[in-house]
Design a protein around this ligand. Structure first.
Ligand SMILES: Nc1ncnc2c1ncn2[C@@H]1O[C@H](COP(=O)(O)OP(=O)(O)OP(=O)(O)O)[C@@H](O)[C@H]1O
Ligand SMILES: [Mg+2]
Length: 388
């Protein structure tokens, strides 16, 4: 797929800016704080309706403005579509395809696919477990957009169950015994248990499935980047274990564990069982990468994961996704840089940001479209290749 144009209106520090892409690789050059990451963030939002930088739409709208917009034209093998995401300082965002608004946001997902890779991702291995869960969820949303809805439903149940557990804890703190918490409350909790198990099993089964598909691809890339010297293993470590990957089994496993952890949940006043406590474990030659991997090994690992994401999305969607590289090449040594560049060749439309063009291979620069960004405006650079 190919992103042909991007138009930003009152988005972050862009007031009104149009970009026309005309090469397989586009390099966006600019000093710090000019708007490089903001531009990639806009593309990421179209692909996932999420950004890893903020959870609030009001941060995305140009300061003091009430509405901001991201528009794009995406060309796919058999279609071309115009995507519009409207963000509001106050109120809900809305989405439209070919100028027709969509009632459900999940229908917007899957129109543009992108894999983002920034220096923040280098923390994926070492960071806290929620980093790895978020990474996995973002990948799942692109592969099966319905997952966005499944996850949202799970989180709703989780919030409500947590609120109830909190009330129960308060009653118990006030010296009441568990028999003093009224029956209606226990019945309500049992209802939430069932909901948590039903929704939790949907989340967990999909996470298990995507990792099963991703692992061999990541392993292959990892071997290649490490010159066949290291073996990567990726394991899903769900908060609940089950034997058979069928929905009833997984639900039952969650319910069983809730029973076993009852005292802890009532003590803490929060849900301790479910996919919000899942972990993904990476190991290199059977050693956990999180605690023992060297910095170089962790970089190789993240690079292998990103290449695997690209390939998996391409396999599932049937078209190569975009690759967004935010200031990350400079963080990789020459060997890893070359591995990445060779792997993507001209297969994936790639948008790269940098503060210095000099950090790139000259041949690469010559075959790329170069854009300069300054205070939220895009200026085509004189070295840019001609528009076809
Ligand atoms: N909602 C907003 N309204 C106006 N300006 C904003 C908004 N959000 C962010 N900015 C501004 O955008 C600029 C940051 O842009 P961005 O993160 O894209 O920089 P960058 O070019 O990637 O810089 P670096 O090289 O440091 O990564 C900052 O100056 C910030 O104040
Ligand atoms: Mg940046």
């Amino acid at each position: 797929m190919y992103l042909e144009t991007l138009h930003l209106t009152r988005f972050r520090n862009y007031l009104n800016c149009s970009v026309k892409f005309n090469a397989q690789k586009t390099i966006i050059v600019g000093n710090n704080a000019q708007g490089k990451s903001n531009l990639l963030e806009a593309v990421e939002l179209l692909a996932t309706l999420k950004t890893h930088r903020t959870a609030k739409d009001q941060d995305l709208v140009f300061q003091n403005a009430s509405v901001g917009q991201i528009e794009a034209v995406v060309k796919r093998l058999y279609s071309q579509s115009q995507l519009t995401l409207t963000l509001r300082h106050k109120g809900r965002r809305t989405v439209a395809v070919n100028h027709e608004s969509l009632r459900r946001q999940i229908d917007f997902l899957g129109r543009l696919n992108a894999v983002a890779f920034s220096s923040l991702d280098l923390d994926l291995v070492r960071g806290s477990p929620d980093r790895r869960r978020n990474w996995l969820d973002a990948l799942l949303v692109q592969i099966e957009p319905i997952y966005a809805y499944i996850l949202q439903e799970y989180n709703k149940v989780l919030r409500q169950r947590n609120a109830l557990l909190k009330t129960i804890r308060k009653s118990l703190d006030n010296g009441e015994t568990s028999s003093a918490v009224d029956n209606a409350t226990w019945e309500q909790l049992a209802l939430w248990d069932a909901q948590l198990a039903a929704n939790g099993s949907r989340v967990m089964r999909r996470r298990a499935r995507v990792l099963e598909r991703l692992a061999p691809i990541a392993q292959k890339w990892h071997q290649q980047i490490s010159n066949q010297t290291e073996q990567l293993a990726i394991a899903y470590a769900p908060n609940v274990s089950w034997l058979d990957n069928n929905p009833e089994q997984v639900q039952q496993a969650i319910l069983d564990r809730i029973k076993r952890r009852q005292a802890a949940e009532q003590n803490l006043g929060t849900t301790v069982v479910g996919p919000h406590r899942d972990e993904v474990e990476f190991s290199i030659d059977e050693t956990p990468a999180r605690s023992y991997g060297s910095q170089g090994q962790q970089r190789t690992l993240v690079l292998a994961l990103k290449l695997a994401e690209l390939e998996l999305i391409e396999n599932v969607v049937g078209e190569p996704p975009l690759l967004l590289l935010d200031d990350v090449l400079a963080e990789l040594d020459l060997n890893r840089q070359n591995q990445l560049l060779e792997a993507i060749e001209d297969r994936f439309q790639t948008i790269i940001t940098t503060t210095h063009l000099s950090s790139f291979d000259q041949q690469w620069v010559q075959s790329s479209q170069i854009l300069t960004v300054e205070k939220g405006e895009i200026i085509p650079s004189s070295t840019s290749i001609d528009t076809p």
